[in-house]
Design a protein around this ligand. Sequence first.
Ligand code: 5GP
Ligand code: MG
Length: 180
Amino acid sequence: MEKVKVSDREFTISLPEAQIMKRVSEVAAQINQDLKGERPLFLAVLNGSFIFAADLLRGIDLDCEITFVRLASYEGTASTGEVKQLLGLKENIEGRTVIIVEDIIDSGLTMQELLKLLQKKNPKDIRIAALLVKPGNLKVNLDIPYCCFKIPNDFIVGYGLDYNGEGRNLRSIYTVVPQD
Ligand code: 5GP
Ligand code: MG
């Protein structure tokens, strides 16, 4: 079993590069088919989605645009608790078909917040493209039409995703080895 060390932890291979590439092209083909005649705006959520976004976009044969956003947390009032703020969106998305490009959906809370923030801007349609989904951890109901892989709840790294800021450059996806 291929093993790597990232920061202070060991990880074993979970999704090899070739399998990721194949699946990302399939999902791109699905988007091409579903959105024929549209001019979608891909909205990639930094940092984790940068590699997935690059591969996905090269599989798209529609006229399209891509933009990169970041979600920042800040403290709201005591009653609202933590609120997310959307940074970097300069495009007007009113009346447009938006495809959110996300690395991983875990509890789904981040995605739910992002959807709320985007809905206020009156897009025509918002669809989610996620490299990975952990269905066992989902706390909210989300429609994810373009999901590449469903995975168990274990922590993963690679292909854009980090552990302690490292490991984003790994070409495959690796799962953490439990510590005893
Ligand atoms: P959610 O709001 O869906 O619980 O959290 C999503 C965010 O948690 C992702 O964008 C990612 O930053 C982080 N995350 C969740 N699971 C993992 C994981 O297994 N590995 C890494 N690197 N990040 C994760
Ligand atoms: Mg993310």
